[in-house]
Design a binder for this molecule. Structure first.
Ligand code: ZN
Ligand code: ZN
Length: 205
């Protein structure tokens, strides 16, 4: 019999069908969603030389002008976040029996914030019906693209010893994309990082 594993990166948790995600990775999407508006603001500030952080509702991502210096990676990241998540926001609100948000709002920043708020309110409606895995993967993709623009991708040491071998050699890689033990080589997905950190608090308490 084939065993299906959670589709998220480095997650080995068994799931009931191919392409599904485990409960921990499903729950982790809310942490990712909550971080998105700030990451969007920080990424927007990198768009053009000399630009500064501004309130998300006032942000408008300009069309690419070949004559103007613009950070194309930052531009694509902002557009991709919106493109990946706006359809899900409409779908989640429909499934919740709500009127979908009007995304023809005045600014792209306000549109993005509306998408995130709608998902935080209604995305539990996406848990069933076989789309949870692809939805979580889209949240993850939007989050990862933004986070690597804004956060240091240097490895970071984690305090607790490895739960498998006991060595104090746990690190996270690529802006917390995953954790690994440098001694035994085991890996944990992003969704397990809170558990690893809580374990440290228990040990020092
Ligand atoms: Zn998982
Ligand atoms: Zn280890």
């Amino acid at each position: 019999m084939n065993v299906n594993e959670c589709l998220m990166l480095h997650c080995r948790t068994e799931v009931y069908e191919h392409g599904a995600c485990c409960d921990d990775c499903w729950n982790d999407r809310r942490n990712l969603l909550a971080a998105l508006p700030d990451l969007y603001v920080m990424t927007y500030a990198m768009l053009t030389p000399g630009s500064r952080q501004q309130e998300i509702n006032t942000i408008h991502v300009p069309a690419i002008d070949p004559a103007a210096p613009i950070n194309l990676v930052a531009h694509d990241t902002l557009e991709l976040g919106y493109a990946r998540l706006s359809g899900w926001a409409v779908y989640a609100s429909q499934r919740a029996g709500k009127i979908p948000p009007d995304l023809k709002v005045y600014t792209s920043g306000r549109g993005f914030l509306t998408v995130v708020q709608t998902l935080l309110a209604y995305d539990h409606k996406l848990a069933l019906g076989g789309f949870a895995g692809s939805y979580v993967m889209d949240v993850w993709t939007a989050y990862r693209r933004l986070v690597v623009q804004c956060v240091s991708t240097e490895p970071r040491h984690l305090e607790p010893p490895c739960p498998d071998c006991g060595a104090a050699t746990l690190i996270t890689r690529h802006a917390d994309e995953y954790a690994m033990c440098l001694t035994c080589g085991n890996r944990w997905p992003h969704s397990q990082l809170p558990k690893l950190r809580r374990q440290a608090q228990r040990m020092t308490a």
